[in-house]
Design a protein around this ligand. Structure first.
Ligand SMILES: [Zn+2]
Ligand SMILES: [Zn+2]
Length: 272
């Protein structure tokens, strides 16, 4: 079974509603053998009353006991973190990422001009190509500036809260920015994540298309990209491993044969 490398628990991610025990039992019942835990860490996140910077020492201290629980259920647990990128916190992300024994470090961009799409949807009034060019441009900058990470997460996060279901991010919207992102990932040996929660969200919200634009993945592969990781980005019970079958079929149809997960930052390949 392919590894689900992107998940959150309520113990460290303020927007998650599942315990580690619930996550382990769900993964086990769905036949998975490995879970990546990637709790949210957002430096200088806009004030919303939530704590987006969990206690790193506590996480590091408690994780071995989580590993033991998982092992008892036949599961391997990967200790990870999901950093929210902003230009001015790049150096601090680099520092923290190197300071703890993470298996996997994800970099994400949840903000547009300093605001989370979830809270402020003004950005969707911009022309689609302008919005996508700027958003993917920041993803590219994130991959260029940082080195202490393993994968760029959910490049299609920009789709999540738009009311215009035609506003689906496509390669043709901003090829130069996608190419910059891919160039940085490939040169540094980092992975591109396919976030299956995005697929599920697109379905729920009635998008005409659910799966990522094939042109995005074809271009990544054409440029030499080989590392693809999968994550369901689960926050609540019932969502672990969501849409994995579909994502795997989709990747196979494009000619990908393997996905990866990261253990102590080393990519481990799994056949699709
Ligand atoms: Zn995220
Ligand atoms: Zn996440």
């Amino acid at each position: 079974m392919i590894t689900d490398g992107h998940n959150h628990t309520k113990h460290f991610s303020p927007d998650a509603g599942q315990s580690i025990d619930e996550l382990i039992s769900e993964a086990s019942s769905k036949g998975f053998t490995r879970i990546g835990i990637t709790e949210h860490y957002e430096l200088d996140y806009p004030e919303d009353g939530l704590n987006w910077m969990f206690d790193l020492e506590e996480y590091n201290r408690v994780f071995p006991s989580w590993r033991e629980k998982a092992a008892a259920a036949g599961l391997d647990l990967l200790m990870g973190i999901e950093f929210g990128y902003q230009t001015h916190v790049a150096d601090e992300i680099e520092r923290i990422a190197a300071s703890y024994p993470f298996d996997v470090v994800l970099l994400s961009n949840h903000l547009f001009r300093g605001k989370d799409f979830y809270v402020d949807r003004e950005c969707y009034k911009l022309p689609k190509k302008e919005l996508h060019r700027e958003y993917i441009g920041i993803m590219a900058e994130m991959c260029e500036k940082c080195s202490n990470f393993d994968a760029a997460a959910h490049y299609d996060y920009i789709n999540r809260y738009t009311d215009n279901l035609e506003n689906f991010v496509l390669y043709e919207d901003c090829p130069a920015e996608f190419d910059r992102m891919f160039e940085a990932l490939i040169t540094k040996g980092k992975a591109l994540e396919i976030n299956t929660k995005s697929i599920q969200k697109h379905k729920e919200r009635g998008f005409k298309r659910h799966l990522p634009d094939p042109a995005v993945l074809n271009r990544y592969r054409e440029m030499g990209g080989k590392l693809i990781c999968l994550g369901s980005d689960s926050h609540f019970p019932g969502t672990f491993g969501v849409c994995f079958d579909e994502a795997v079929q989709f990747l196979k149809s494009l000619g990908f044969k393997e996905s990866v997960y990261f253990k102590a930052h080393k990519p481990v390949f799994e056949p699709l």
